[in-house]
Ligand binder design. Structure first.
Ligand SMILES: NC(=O)c1ccc[n+]([C@@H]2O[C@H](COP(=O)([O-])OP(=O)(O)OC[C@H]3O[C@@H](n4cnc5c(N)ncnc54)[C@H](OP(=O)(O)O)[C@@H]3O)[C@@H](O)[C@H]2O)c1
Length: 222
């Protein structure tokens, strides 16, 4: 792990992903605020380490980095309404925006991506896509996988991506497991990977999963 200084992060959404990331970061000494539609109810439900739980707007305006852990099909409208609070901040978007059909999932923004849509409506926010291609437990414990998983990054601003890489460091991701795919349009690729999920579940049940990009050894090239 290369992170030295404690990070200050707000996490929007107190579901499986939001509460897990908030609890783990807090346990590791970082400063976390959670954002909820109904903070009073979320406080009652909360069983993790002491963390302030505020409204979505208050939480979004609290930290230099904000994590979108909202339902992917709601994120665009909710985060658009937080435009002023999110101005000047890095938005780590880990959401998957899909619609569910009888037998599979469809992308909500085909030919584009949630991250691109967010970047379009939030021009004063630096949107970075990452962490959406794995089960939430892997996000905070990549070392627990039998093969090195890959954390893809996509975003237009290199400083914003560096800030997200610091968060990935804090979550236990070695730099060589982090793969910067380029600008925010690369989120089309990483978001589309989520279409595998119903088929993975069908093939192997609700087992945690991650995706790895591996290199061929030089000996195997010939
Ligand atoms: N679960 C995974 O392993 C996983 C993996 C990769 C990516 N993701 C993505 O991460 C995001 C969160 O997933 P999750 O599993 O944590 O979902 P979840 O358990 O359903 O939690 C989402 C949270 O967002 C808030 N929320 C729900 N509806 C809302 C609305 N209409 N407006 C504003 N806030 C709303 C709720 O918190 P409050 O009640 O406190 O407002 C809710 O607990 C999703 O986009 C998902 O695709 C999940």
């Amino acid at each position: 792990m290369t992170t030295n200084a404690p990070l200050t992060v707000s996490v929007l959404g107190t579901g499986r992903v939001g509460s897990h990331i908030a609890a783990v970061l807090t346990q590791r000494g970082h400063t976390v605020t959670l954002g909820s539609r109904s903070p009073e109810q979320a406080i009652v439900r909360w069983t993790g380490p002491a963390v302030p739980i505020l409204s979505l707007e208050e939480a979004a305006g609290t930290a230099p980095m904000v994590v979108n852990a909202l339902p992917g099909d709601q994120a665009l409208s909710v985060l658009t309404s937080l435009k002023a609070a999110l101005s000047g901040r890095v938005l780590l978007d880990l959401a998957n925006a899909t619609t569910r059909t009888e037998s599979s999932m469809e992308l909500l923004y085909p030919g584009s991506s949630l991250a691109e849509q967010l970047q379009k409506v939030l021009p004063e926010t630096w949107v970075v896509k990452s962490l959406n291609t794995m089960t939430y437990t892997v996000m905070t414990n990549p070392q627990g996988q039998v093969a090195p998983p890959t954390a893809f990054l996509a975003g237009n601003d290199s400083e914003a991506k560096q800030a997200v890489q610091k968060l990935l460091d804090a979550l236990g991701w070695p730099p060589e497991w982090q793969l910067d795919l380029g600008d925010v349009t690369a989120a089309r690729g990483s978001e589309a990977l989520f279409l595998l999920v119903p088929f993975l579940v069908r093939a192997r049940g609700f087992e945690p999963f991650s995706i790895s990009v591996t290199q061929t050894t030089s000996a195997a090239l010939y």
